[in-house]
Design a protein around this ligand. Structure first.
Ligand SMILES: [Zn+2]
Length: 247
């Protein structure tokens, strides 16, 4: 059970055409992370509120098949910015998050040295050419994330990996199959159904939805979400990807 913060804003670009492949690749505008990563993210969000900022999340857990769509859709010179499906992505493990900041006073996204998913040198966390304000906000986001166990991707200021990513498998569960689970972890262990067993094996602690869509009323809510996945949803390509990682 986790109490997540609904003042975290979402702009799930991959549920819209405003993204690197110019068409929606998610059917739902939602963001999930593994529980410990989500809890760390909420701490970052609360720390940044003291400076007048909140987190604006573009993406969290990404099913493996979407990583494959990106790889197949982008031009070869853009492939430095997308994960190789043979290796999978930390997004596939629900241990990576793409995000920026919003201004608490206006609710608007702040300016950073580059746009999200911009495939240029300006996307580097060490790019020196932005305005002092842009660079300061980018560096503030990075230092706040690093204090909670995230590391920034070398060529993407918006992408952060959670330290425990190796502990989680590559997943290919569509968002709509991640169902809301009203039971507490204690209750779940008393009902060892096949689906529960699969969930434990595949997801470990279970992924957690960061927040509902930003249009919902701003109130704190308990979000006990856990993926529920029959073993049969693990496709052959996923198994291949997972074994490539293991080797
Ligand atoms: Zn990313």
């Amino acid at each position: 059970m986790i109490r997540l913060d609904s003042t975290i804003h979402l702009d799930i670009r991959y549920a819209t055409a405003n993204n690197i492949v110019h068409r929606p690749v998610y059917r739902q505008a939602r963001a999930f992370l593994q529980r410990s990563a989500a809890q760390a993210l909420v701490r970052v969000h609360r720390t940044l509120s003291e400076k007048g900022y909140g987190l604006l999340v573009f993406d969290g857990y990404r099913p493996w098949s979407v990583t494959k769509i990106f790889w197949d859709s982008v031009r070869p010179e853009q492939r430095a910015f997308v994960a190789d499906p043979k290796k999978g992505s930390k997004h596939n493990r629900a241990c990576a998050v793409d995000l920026s900041l919003y201004d608490r006073a206006t609710g608007k996204e702040v300016e950073m040295p580059s746009a999200y998913d911009e495939t240029s040198e300006r996307a580097s966390p060490s790019y020196a050419g932005g305005t002092p304000e842009q660079s300061a906000r980018r560096d503030l986001l990075r230092s706040a994330m690093e204090k909670e166990g995230f590391t920034v991707e070398p060529n993407e200021w918006w992408h952060f990996n959670y330290k425990d990513w190796r502990e989680y498998p590559i997943l290919d569960i569509p968002f709509e199959k991640i169902r809301e689970d009203s039971g507490s972890p204690a209750n779940q262990t008393k009902t060892p159904s096949k689906a529960h067993a699969a969930r434990m094996v595949i997801t470990g602690q279970g992924a957690v939805e960061i927040t509902r869509a930003a249009t919902l009323p701003r109130k704190k809510r308990e979000t006990p979400l856990r993926p529920c996945v029959p073993m049969t949803t693990r496709s052959a390509p996923l198994s291949l990807a997972a074994s490539a990682i293991a080797s």
